[in-house]
Write a protein that binds this ligand. Structure first.
Ligand code: PA5
Length: 449
C-alpha cells in the first residue's frame, strides 16, 4: 500500500535557506517529549500509540454493536459536539455518497448529527424528520455534562422511547462516555444501555479512533479495520526513529512553525478540491485550533472548499493581506469516473474538453490555483492522498494528530488542554440561572445593566 505524501517545496521557497531543517532539533525534542511523556498535558497522550494498540477483538466488539444498530435502524442519530462529533462526521462524509442524506442508501442507515448546536429550529426539524423513522441514538460525551449534547439527547431519548417503546429503545441507544463520571454514564447505567468508554487519557479532539468515531463510522457501513490499519501504518511512518527528512509529520510541524515565526503567516487555510472533504477540514480546524490557540499564540486554522470558494475567497487569497499560507489536500484518484460530454451546438465553447475526465479539469484548476497563489505570495503545502478510502483516511487522521502534537510542543503550549472553552459556558450558565452559579448570575446581570 502507498502512503500519503507531503510536498513542502512551494512553502519552503518563501523561507530562508535551511529554515525548515533548522527546526529539526526542536521537532525531535517535541517528539521525544511526547514519546517519554515529559511534555505538558502528558496525561492526555493515549492517542499516541492508539492505532497500533487497538486489538481485532475490540474492533469486532464495536462492529457487533454497529451491526445491531444497522439491523434495527433506518436512521442513526449521533449526538455529540466538538471532539465527540467532528471526527465521525469527517470520515463518514469523506467516504460516503454526497447525496446519501437526500436519496437514502438501501444498504446503510442514514447517519444524522445532533447535539452540536442549540438551534431550536434544527432540533424541531430533526424531530419532525424522525417521526416516521425507525431510529437509534449514539450519545457521545466524554464529560457527560455538555449542554448541547445533553439537551439533544433528552429530546431524542424521549422520542425514541415514545416511538419504539422503552424496551426496544434500550437496544438502539448506545452511550460513549466516561467509565464512571457524568450524566451520560448515570443515564446509561440506569437504563441499561450498551456503553463504550472513552479512555481518560484521550482528549475529545484526538478521539476519532476510539468508539467515539469508530462506532458511527461502522454504523455508516465503512471498514473500521482498514481505517485503523491506515492510522497504524502512519504511526510507524512518523515514529521518532524515522529521519527528519522522511518524517512527514515532523516536516509539516516544522514548516508551519517556520512560516509562523519567520514570515508572520498567522493563518493556515486547509484547502480541498473534493466537497466530500469539507468536514475533514472542520475536524482539522478543531484539532489545531483548540490545541494551539492559547497564551495569545497559535496559527488560526481556516478552511476553503475549492473550486467553490475560489469564487468567493479567491480574491482575498490572491491579493489580500499576506498573512496566510495554504495546505492543500490533493486526492490523486477519484473513486468514480465521469467524462465531459461533447455537444453539437458547443454554445459554451467547452468542446475542447470533450472526452476528458472531469477530474482532469479539476486537477488543472488545482495546479493553476497553486501557481497563481504562490505567485501572489501564498506559501503552499500539499498533502497528496492516493484515493479516498478508509485506509488513506486513517493515515491522514494520524498524520494530522501527530503533526499537531509535535507542532503544539514546538510552539511551546500545552496542546492537550482547552481552558479557554470554559469562558462562554460560565457566562451561559450564569445567564440561565443555573443552580450553583448564583454569584456569577448576579455579577453578569450587573454588567449588563
Ligand atoms: O476536544 C475536546 O475536548 C472538546 O471539543 C470536546 O470534545 C467537546 O467539548 C465535547 O465534550 P464532551 O465529549 O465532554 O461532551
Amino acid at each position: 500500500m502507498e502512503r500519503i505524501q507531503l510536498d513542502i517545496t512551494k512553502a519552503a521557497q518563501f523561507l530562508s535557506e535551511g529554515a525548515v531543517k533548522a527546526y529539526e532539533p526542536q521537532v525531535k525534542a517535541a517528539q521525544e517529549a511526547l514519546e517519554n511523556g515529559s511534555c505538558p498535558g502528558n496525561d492526555f497522550l493515549g492517542w499516541l500509540h492508539l492505532p497500533s494498540s487497538i486489538t481485532p477483538q475490540f474492533l469486532d466488539e464495536v462492529q457487533a454493536v454497529a451491526n445491531t444498530l444497522r439491523q434495527k435502524c433506518e436512521v442513526i442519530v449521533v449526538a455529540g459536539i466538538g471532539g465527540s462529533y467532528l471526527g465521525a462526521r469527517a470520515v463518514i462524509e469523506a467516504l460516503g455518497n454526497s447525496f446519501a442524506w437526500l436519496v437514502g442508501d438501501k444498504t446503510n442507515p442514514t447517519i444524522v448529527f445532533a447535539g452540536n448546536n442549540i438551534g431550536e429550529d434544527y432540533l424541531f426539524e430533526l424531530s419532525e424528520y424522525l417521526k416516521d423513522k425507525r431510529f437509534g441514538v449514539i450519545n457521545i460525551s466524554k464529560s457527560g455534562t455538555t449542554t448541547e449534547t445533553a439537551l439533544a439527547f433528552r429530546l431524542l431519548k424521549k422520542q425514541c422511547e415514545e416511538q419504539r417503546g422503552k424496551a426496544d429503545a434500550k437496544d438502539v441507544i448506545v452511550a460513549i462516555t466516561d467509565a464512571k463520571r457524568g450524566a451520560a454514564r448515570a443515564a446509561a447505567d440506569k437504563e441499561g444501555y450498551k456503553t463504550f468508554v472513552i479512555p481518560d487519557n484521550v482528549g475529545g479532539r484526538f478521539s476519532v479512533l476510539t468508539p467515539v468515531g469508530l462506532l458511527p463510522i461502522a454504523c455508516a457501513g465503512f471498514d473500521i479495520k482498514a481505517l485503523v490499519n491506515g492510522a497504524a501504518d502512519m504511526e510507524k511512518a512518523t515514529a521518532p526513529s524515522v529521519p527528519f527528512a522522511e518524517n512527514i509529520a515532523a516536516q509539516y510541524a516544522a514548516v508551519r512553525n517556520a512560516l509562523y515565526t519567520e514570515k508572520g503567516k498567522k493563518i493556515e487555510i486547509m484547502v480541498n478540491y473534493q466537497p466530500k472533504l469539507h468536514f475533514i477540514a472542520e475536524w482539522w480546524k478543531q484539532l489545531y485550533g483548540e490545541s494551539e490557540g492559547k497564551e495569545h499564540k497559535g496559527i488560526f486554522p481556516a478552511s476553503c472548499d475549492f473550486t467553490t470558494d475560489l469564487h468567493s475567497m479567491g480574491q482575498w487569497i490572491q491579493e489580500g493581506e499576506r498573512s496566510i499560507f495554504e495546505t492543500v489536500i490533493s486526492v490523486e484518484q477519484p473513486a468514480k469516473k465521469l467524462l465531459f460530454p461533447s455537444d453539437d451546438e458547443n454554445l459554451d465553447g467547452l468542446n475542447f474538453l470533450a472526452g476528458k475526465r472531469v477530474d482532469e479539469v479539476n486537477k488543472m484548476a488545482e495546479l493553476g490555483t497553486l501557481l497563481a497563489h504562490v505567485d501572489g505570495g501564498v506559501p503552499n503545502i500539499r498533502i497528496i492522498v492516493p484515493e479516498l478510502n478508509e485506509y488513506y483516511i486513517g493515515q491522514l487522521i494520524y498524520f494530522f494528530e501527530i503533526g499537531c502534537g509535535i507542532s503544539g510542543n514546538v510552539l511551546g503550549v500545552n496542546p492537550f488542554n482547552q481552558p479557554g472553552v470554559e469562558a462562554y459556558k460560565k457566562n451561559m450558565f450564569a445567564l440561565l440561572d443555573k443552580p450553583g452559579y448564583e454569584a456569577e448570575s448576579k455579577a453578569i446581570k450587573e454588567r449588563l445593566k
